[in-house]
Design a protein around this ligand. Structure first.
Ligand code: GLC
Length: 441
């Protein structure tokens, strides 16, 4: 099966020994019931990260599958939220040939790496022609493209993400402002609103600045929104003056206090909570935050708008493509039922419930455009535009190695300990080295 190629092209992790031990012990102490315990003939184990709305809605969703598969118990095992921590867990366990989980959620940026390592069941021949057509025509192109390596399908998009700019609608309109289109405008507006509000506790722009995968997602939006990119034509392009300007902008955000010092160590949840407490004008985050901002009792309920992430004049807005896929452990002892579960999550009725009951974004266009869904959540209509144009991170089995170089450069600049140009030059050299190794294999 051929698949349209994605822009860009191009995998180690910090030696977090403590975390590794902790993650290893999670498998060691796994309490998945045996078939005997549950009274069912077979047990399917699914691993996913904790969900924003808690486990109940997820379990209810699984109940439909359980009802259709008598004799099959489905047990969920939860992992920590951070993509990097989950990655570490899987690398350790799959490398060791773990067979104690069947279906698991993969960040869009891991599929190629895990497929190359031989850890994923090849789904290509198991998909029906209708499902292939669906993936091609109804799934958002970027999300579907991340499921493939060398034309073979190794995972199916579960939910999708695109970076969004959240803004305080009430505050912008109080000062006659419309949502910023350029990064410079965002910085100016943030300062203006803060000054006029006269509240020292009100932050301007919150983004994820901690050294981790989320920083790569956020900083790429600034980089690309200044006309730069990590790779061009498959080659590293970080020496471009546009990239230097973008990192200077990022550093200036912190130096000029448009972004508070907390961003240097902030992840999605830390920034989401601060903005949700009404303590910031702008926030960069994923779609999941919307439902939480609109929840009863939220300090910002009814006061938030979303816009596309800004871009400087002459550059295009480039929301980062995120999201999660379901794959099947190649060592699964129950591949048939495991594939059935992955397939269950492709169904439109299940995808609709994913949106309505779990607040996650369906990767299927027809689901997001469904009148019932749109009526329940008009926000989704606006979101589609960002999803359609979401830009993937470099697609490569070596993505994680590339990401670590980017993380080091970006966080050094955000923390104020590295200068943009030399940080980028070093990342450029190292990514060249990673790609040269890839080419030599
Ligand atoms: C979200 C995205 C994922 C990304 C991660 C970074 O979970 O869906 O693709 O890698 O955030 O923190």
């Amino acid at each position: 099966m051929s698949w349209p190629s994605c822009p860009g092209n191009a995998g180690g992790l910090p030696g977090a020994i403590l975390l590794a031990i902790c993650l290893l012990s999670q498998t060691g102490c796994s309490s998945a019931p045996t078939a005997k315990d549950s009274g069912a003939e077979q047990v399917l184990v699914v691993k996913i990260a904790k969900l924003p709305g808690g486990p109940e809605a997820w379990e209810r969703l699984l109940d439909g599958f359980r009802a259709e598969h008598a004799g099959l118990a489905v047990h969920t095992e939860w992992l920590p939220n951070a993509s990097d921590e989950q990655h570490l867990f899987y690398v350790i366990n799959l490398e060791a040939g773990a067979a104690d989980f069947d279906v698991f959620a993969l960040d869009v940026v891991w599929v190629q790496e895990f497929a190359r390592a031989g850890w994923l069941l090849d789904l290509t021949e198991r998909l029906t022609s209708d499902e292939v057509r669906l993936l091609r025509d109804d799934y958002f192109r970027g999300a579907a493209a991340c499921s493939f390596l060398d034309g073979r399908c190794y995972a199916i998009p579960w939910f999708t993400d695109a970076g969004l700019l959240y803004y305080r609608e009430d505050l912008l309109s109080r000062y006659g402002l419309s949502p910023p289109r350029t990064w410079d405008e965002l910085a100016r507006q943030a300062q203006l609103v803060r000054k006029r509000q006269g509240d020292p506790a009100l932050a301007g722009f919150l983004f994820q600045g901690k050294q981790y995968e989320g920083l790569v997602c956020a900083a790429l939006e600034v980089l690309r929104g200044h006309g730069g990119d990590v790779l061009r034509g498959g080659k590293p392009s970080l020496n471009d003056p546009a990239c230097v300007r973008a990192l200077e902008f990022l550093r200036e955000l912190v130096v000029s206090d448009v972004s508070p010092p907390m961003v240097r160590s902030a992840d999605e949840e830390a920034t989401r909570r601060l903005f949700g407490d009404g303590k910031a004008v702008f926030l960069r985050n994923w779609p999941y935050a919307w439902t939480l901002f609109q929840a009863p009792g939220s300090a910002v309920r009814g006061k938030v708008g979303i816009a596309r992430v800004p871009a400087q004049p002459g550059a295009a807005s480039a929301p980062t493509l995120g999201g999660w896929q379901f794959g099947v452990n190649r060592n699964s002892r129950r591949p048939g039922p495991a594939v059935e579960l992955v397939r269950y999550f492709m169904r439109p009725d299940i995808q609709r419930r994913l949106v309505l009951e779990l607040g996650l974004t369906s990767p299927r266009r027809s689901v997001l455009r469904n009148p019932e869904i749109l009526a329940a959540n008009p926000f989704l209509g606006k979101l589609v535009e960002s999803l359609e144009s979401a830009c993937p991170r470099p697609l490569s089995p070596y993505y994680l190695a590339i990401s670590h170089e980017l993380q080091s450069a970006f966080s050094g600049v955000v923390a104020g300990i590295r200068q943009p140009a030399p940080a980028l030059a070093q990342a450029q050299r190292r990514i060249e080295g990673i790609l040269a190794q890839e080419a030599a294999r």
